[in-house]
Ligand binder design. Structure first.
Ligand code: HEC
Length: 172
């Protein structure tokens, strides 16, 4: 399950990058992109079942909140839900808040057999914190700049790259 998860995410992000080089304003591609995002996020919900350490559970729940809010925007981009500028902006605010809480949630070096966090986090905690801060800044900028459906695509791209930059170093 874990492996599939990681592979899917990596696959998704490279797919996304490729798409952005070629997509232009093609609406069909927006739909493909959004479908992939929703598929990826959908596979991630069960990862923390059976976690015993409450500190690990708390940081996983923080990540889950971030990804649920990404899903709100993903489903809107896909056309599964109606475009709603205030709901999209609120989801970005929630991502920013989740990112703001991330360094504190990871400060104690806690472990659990179900955790996917790598020990490198606590060797390079400054860099880890910087990546979380970057997500906070990007999401809060997006919470003010999203105006129309087309903006959702770039939001998903920019934030997706950020998730990847942290996960590829610090998550199994
Ligand atoms: C600063 C680093 C960092 C950033 C940025 C980050 N993550 Fe994570 N994420 C982690 C780590 C580390 C874990 C593994 C936590 C564990 O298993 O203890 C994780 C786990 C997850 C999980 C699995 C949670 C669970 O229930 O096991 C999801 C889903 C997730 N991240 C989604 C996202 C999304 C979506 C983004 C971007 C919008 C993102 N993350 C940005 C570090 C980060």
């Amino acid at each position: 399950m874990r492996k599939t998860l990681e592979e899917t995410l990596t696959c998704f992000t490279s797919f996304l990058s490729g798409l952005f080089l070629t997509a232009g304003t093609n609406k069909m591609n927006i739909k493909i992109l959004a479908t992939s995002l929703v598929a990826v996020l959908g596979t991630q919900v069960v990862a923390h079942e059976g976690v015993k350490n409450p500190a690990v559970m708390a940081r996983m729940n923080g990540m889950k909140t971030i990804s649920e809010n990404m899903k709100v925007v993903g489903e809107m981009a896909k056309g599964k839900t109606r475009f709603d500028v205030s709901a999209a902006r609120a989801a970005m605010v929630a991502v920013a808040e989740g990112a703001a809480e991330t360094p504190a949630l990871f400060t104690p070096e806690e472990d659990d057999p179900k955790s996917e966090a790598l020990p490198l986090i606590w060797e390079r905690f400054d860099d880890f914190t910087e990546k979380a801060n970057r997500l906070e800044i990007l999401a809060s900028q997006l919470s003010a700049s999203i105006e129309e459906p087309e903006d959702l695509r770039s939001a998903l791209f920019v934030l997706g790259e950020n998730c990847k930059s942290c996960h590829e170093l610090y998550k199994e």
